[in-house]
Design a protein. Structure first.
Ligand SMILES: [Zn+2]
Length: 340
């Protein structure tokens, strides 16, 4: 595979030649150092083709039918053993991502797992690396194919429940407690119930057991919510709220996700998925807070404040059923990702 060596990267600058009418583009990619994996998001569905070549070891991921989007084409000095990731357009209709390992490292094909999160979202997971172990690959300079699962719209491999996961979804407030009240009388309890119901529906479709602390417009105490979670022996607890600020300040908008102790990774996963999938007005971060439902639940717990009912932009978004649905999908993906 000599043609891989540097020949195609020069084409990046001249990508104007290759924009097809119905082009599928690479929307996002990132090598996550903590998780040791590459994430790929394309505009439409794609079936990545992964292979590996030695000396130095490079993992090649081709995205057929995909042209390069606007994102960056290089990520360098990533970890001790992945030295760089670069993206280029190898043919007018194929984008290639190359993950290059340091000289002293190599990897076996079965240590790379390509996983589908949906037709257009993929993870390329690299094995946890032992810093001093050096593996030998076949000597011939030929790519070694790596199995890529086929995404199917209804039975997504990553969502198959292995241990039978149980999730508690906790829509805030309800009944006599409307929660925050925003512009135009928009009530938090209604916004969060509709999002929570959608999250529940999606998780159930993925074979995950879901318990809602309330499934209608009625009051449930905080203690009642925690008891419900504790009695169910759930794996995670996710509370959904909407924010508010006083003083008619409609300029304050944005997403916040909270954890107290063990829920940090869960909160991060939910927050990250929302930022990736939903056009959020402002990223206000993942924060620690002493909320009752977070402190009193024994399983990993997170609380997401999906937006400000008092914020001009958030209020408009939160009234929109398709925006709420997108939020719900992202929250469900964040939970699913965490459970994996
Ligand atoms: Zn609330």
């Amino acid at each position: 595979m000599k043609q891989l060596q540097g020949l195609f990267w020069g084409l990046v600058a001249s990508q104007a030649v290759c924009i097809a009418v119905d082009a599928n583009t690479l929307e996002y990619w990132d090598f996550d150092v903590q998780q040791n994996r590459l994430e790929i998001v394309t505009e439409n569905g794609v079936r990545p083709q992964a292979s590996m070549i030695p000396n130095p070891t490079r993992l090649i991921i081709d995205l057929p039918g995909v042209s390069l989007g606007q994102g960056s084409v290089h990520q360098g000095d990533i970890t001790g053993y992945v030295t760089q990731v670069r993206v280029g357009q190898v043919t007018p209709y194929t984008t290639r991502i190359v993950v290059e390992l340091g000289r002293q490292y190599s990897m076996r094909p079965w240590e790379v797992k390509v996983r589908s999160l949906g037709p257009n979202r993929w993870y390329v997971q690299l094995a946890e690396f032992q810093p001093h172990s050096v593996y030998s690959l076949p000597v011939e300079d030929e790519p070694v194919a790596i199995m890529v699962p086929l995404p199917s719209p209804n039975s997504n491999p990553v969502y198959s429940p292995r241990g039978g996961y149980k999730v508690v979804i906790d829509p805030g407030h309800g009944g006599r407690d409307p929660g925050a009240i925003g512009i135009g009388g928009l009530q938090e309890k209604n916004v969060v119930l509709s999002i929570a119901a959608e999250v529940t529906k999606i998780l159930k479709q993925r074979g995950i057991q879901v318990i809602m602390t309330r499934s209608g417009d009625y009051f449930v105490s905080l203690l009642g919510r925690v008891k419900r979670a504790e009695n169910s022996n759930a794996n995670v607890f996710v509370s959904i709220h909407a924010n508010a600020v006083g003083g008619n300040n409609s300029q304050v908008n944005g997403l916040e996700t909270y954890y107290y102790s063990s829920g940090y990774r869960l909160a991060l996963s939910i927050h990250r998925n929302i930022l990736q999938q939903v056009q959020v007005e402002e990223n206000r971060g993942v924060k620690q807070a002493r909320f009752y439902v977070l402190r009193k639940t024994s399983m990993p717990a997170a609380l997401v404040e999906v937006g400000f009912v008092t914020g001009r932009t958030d209020n408009r978004n939160l009234k929109n059923p398709s925006y709420r649905k997108k939020l719900a999908e992202a929250i469900a993906d964040g939970i699913t990702e965490y459970l994996r």
